[in-house]
Design a protein around this ligand. Structure first.
Ligand SMILES: CC(C)(COP(=O)(O)OP(=O)(O)OC[C@H]1O[C@@H](n2cnc3c(N)ncnc32)[C@H](O)[C@@H]1OP(=O)(O)O)[C@@H](O)C(=O)NCCC(=O)NCCS
Length: 251
């Protein structure tokens, strides 16, 4: 029983005193609504996380291993975001927005040295994204993802059919998303993949191999159908191109 209790606590925080401190701060502040709550959390979370500036953290953001989380300047975490930083951490760069119910879970219960999640500056992760960081997930600057994107930096070993998959361990090589990449809705990116700078992944694709820089890649498995450097216009632009206040804020 004591063993299970200890396993649970160390899954939530780096030590029992840290667990108590983090639970007190999160319990007092995480539910407070409105801008009042955002202001309160920007001050109080400084005692449990590394904050480079003043983040806007909505109510109902769940955080475990808070001392492994670093937030850059003007980071926005929407309601229902879940950060689990065990133990190598989660770093989110300046002016990056993480939209509601997105989960960043390092998921390193096996002590992998390469585990962790880093996200660069000026990124936007859409709603209900899931990132599993056992092999390390490293996202550059200016990366945009649509809703329901999944990056899973882990595979189970299954070569021995006489043993359960559960008993055979995992492999975890990591995922790299270079700068200025746009990943469409419902894309899945599996372990070991690098998506090159400036690429676009079409909605619903499953990315199983590296994607060279400036590709437009679509389908399952995702294949390069165009090179962004060789485009001459796009039929959708005829209907209008729009910009918003977010681009202004990020200047
Ligand atoms: C990939 C995308 C950007 C289109 O790029 P594009 O350069 O304009 O490409 P086209 O529309 O000319 O399509 C090129 C080919 O790929 C196919 N294609 C385009 N998107 C595809 C997708 N997501 N999956 C499979 N095939 C796709 C097209 O049917 C076309 O095939 P064809 O030549 O046989 O007709 C767009 O289709 C897309 O998937 N956008 C993502 C939308 C989204 O998720 N938005 C969320 C907001 S962040």
């Amino acid at each position: 029983m004591i063993k299970q209790f200890r396993f649970y606590i160390l899954g939530q925080a780096s030590s029992i005193p840290r667990y108590i401190l983090e639970q007190i701060i999160l319990g007092l502040c995480s539910w407070v609504p409105s801008v009042l709550g955002i202001g309160l959390r920007a001050l109080a979370y400084r005692s449990i996380m590394k904050l480079d500036g003043t983040p806007a953290i909505e109510s109902g953001v769940r955080i475990a291993h808070a001392n492994g989380v670093r937030l850059g300047k003007n980071v926005y975490l929407d309601q229902g975001v879940y950060l689990h930083a065990l133990p190598n951490g989660i770093t989110i760069g300046d002016k990056t927005f993480i939209m509601h119910h997105t989960m960043l879970h390092v998921f390193n219960f096996r002590g992998l040295p390469q585990a962790g999640i880093t996200i660069g500056k000026n990124c936007f992760l859409g709603e209900y994204n899931v990132i599993r960081g056992q092999g390390g997930v490293h996202i550059g600057n200016d990366v945009y993802t649509g809703p329901m994107v999944q990056m899973v930096a882990v595979n189970h070993v299954y070569q021995d059919p006489n043993r359960s998959i559960r008993e055979q361990g995992i492999t975890a090589q990591g995922i790299v998303i270079e700068d200025d990449v746009w990943i469409g809705a419902n894309v899945t990116i599996v372990d070991g993949v690098t998506i090159g700078r400036g690429s676009i992944i079409g909605a619903g694709s499953v990315v199983t191999h590296d994607i060279p820089s400036y590709s437009i890649a679509v389908g399952t498995p995702a294949k390069r159908v165009k090179d962004r450097r060789e485009l001459s216009g796009n039929h959708r632009q005829d209907a209008g191109v729009f910009f918003g206040a977010l681009e202004e804020i990020r200047r």
